[in-house]
Write a protein that binds this ligand. Structure first.
Ligand SMILES: Cc1ncc(COP(=O)(O)O)c(C=O)c1O
Length: 428
């Protein structure tokens, strides 16, 4: 365990011994008034890998030179473009390549998974999730429930933290699963909760869900590329994610899905089908009768958006080089340093409270900070001083130092600026 120090020299020494320090050079760091941002918004939109252009240019070149023949003869043939990401996605989420596929957008994938895995019966029909799930997930759950002719009020169980607490205790989640056991059709939680930054205990929740007879899925928007995941080993039924946050694959980047292999050949499994999920050998025969590819690829509906997929491959290559283990190791240190500096400046929580769990195993890189007063003013002031961070109503700023491109020096400099801004805050 490193003993942190509150000085620039120390922050620099951590950067000096950081084995991943070279990766920052592989990204464009946005600037404000000619100065690089301290970019802590990787939980919203990850930065552009410099090699994204090369990957997209290659596709433009193949398109201009080959036209339709690019489907077969492009340097990465477009017909199979989704296959080039499988190995690395598998490494990132802890899955076999056959269990993952890059496709669509996150919410679409959530709907596709729910079509296959949310099968309410008169006894078992409830969905268990966290209160305050991301809005798109809430709308997906509500509309899926209505699609089955059920009432969301009676069907959705939303778990709240105990009074006076900000995050859910694992024991409370497990107790709720046991309590509602026989009525539960499906459990869907965020892997890392978008607002609080809490990393749920995937294994314990999945085991408990299965024991009660429910299907267990995760929205990994804030977990993928942020924390280590073992979806296959932990027997998770399905998961979905987006790639524009920690996976740095660009705005509107192609999303992903995981389906555990145990479901590939399950009898009676329904899905909303399209030609890209159909048996590849027969895809162009245009025959009646959908024959799904017996892997996650069988959930594809439409052909691959090549430019998004190209940017995705550029970004994934960096993850492969850096490795999730090393990234997570640095991330724990980087966020730990941020936590230490925040506590140094306001040890008695007069001005703010870190609502993210303090145990590193229960969080990713993000710290969510609840500002007791003048929240919006403090946020605006930080932004003007060159910090890129985000604001969530009613009073929370989210700070996400990302191990691929953020430095310990940036964390230190942020803390100095934050201290100054808090001091200047007039209602103090
Ligand atoms: C947790 C979570 N779920 C769902 C979404 C929506 O994603 P999309 O627009 O890609 O469907 C987001 C977007 O930020 C998110 O953070």
């Amino acid at each position: 365990m490193i003993k942190f120090e509150n000085n620039l020299q120390f922050a620099k020494s951590l950067d000096h011994s950081d084995v991943l320090k070279g990766y920052r050079q592989q990204f464009f760091i946005p600037k404000i008034a000619g100065k690089k941002f301290i970019y802590f918004s990787g939980n919203s939109l990850g930065l552009q890998p410099k090699q994204a252009k090369k990957f997209i240019d290659q596709e433009l070149k193949d398109w201009s030179n080959l036209g339709v023949d690019g489907h077969e003869n492009a340097s990465r043939p477009w017909l199979f473009h989704h296959k080039f990401s499988k190995k690395i996605l598998g490494e990132i989420v802890g899955a076999k390549p056959a269990e993952v596929v890059a496709m669509n957008q996150l919410t679409i994938n959530l709907h596709l998974m729910m079509v296959s895995f949310y099968k309410p019966t008169s006894e078992r029909y409830k969905i268990l999730t966290e209160a305050g799930a991301f809005s798109s997930d809430q709308y997906a759950f509500e509309s899926q429930i209505k699609f089955h002719g059920l009432n969301p009020e009676e069907t959705l169980i939303e778990l709240m933290p105990r009074s006076g607490e900000f995050t859910l205790r694992t024991e409370d989640i497990l107790n709720a699963i046991a309590e509602h056991g026989r009525e539960l059709a499906i459990i869907i939680l965020g892997g890392v909760q978008y607002y609080t930054g809490q990393f749920f205990d995937v294994k314990k929740i999945t085991d408990a869900g299965h024991e009660s007879g429910a299907i267990v899925g995760f929205d990994l928007a804030h977990a993928v590329g942020n924390v280590e995941l073992y979806l296959h080993k932990h027997q998770v039924d399905f998961a979905v994610w987006c790639s524009y946050k920690y996976l740095n694959s660009g705005p509107g980047g192609i999303a992903g899905a995981f389906i555990h292999e145990k479901h590939f050949k399950r009898e009676g499994l329904q899905r909303f089908a399209g030609w890209w999920g159909h048996d590849e050998k027969e895809r162009f025969q245009m025959k009646k009768g959908f024959k799904p590819i017996p892997t996650a690829d069988g959930w594809q509906v439409s052909n691959v958006p090549i430019f998004q997929s190209a940017a995705h491959l550029a970004a994934l290559e960096i993850f492969h080089q850096a490795g999730m283990k090393a990234l997570r190791k640095k991330s724990i240190l980087l966020t730990g340093y941020l936590e230490y500096l925040l506590k140094e400046m306001d040890p008695h929580e007069h001005q703010f409270i870190i609502i993210t769990p303090l145990r590193p195993e229960a969080r990713g890189c993000q710290l969510s900070v609840f500002l007791k007063q003048n929240g919006k003013r403090i946020f605006n002031s930080l932004t003007r001083k060159g910090i890129s961070l985000d604001w969530r109503e009613p009073n929370v700023i989210r700070l996400a130092p990302v191990p691929l491109y953020n430095t310990f020096e940036e964390v230190f400099r942020f803390a100095e600026i934050f201290k100054l801004v808090l001091k200047l805050s007039p209602d103090r």
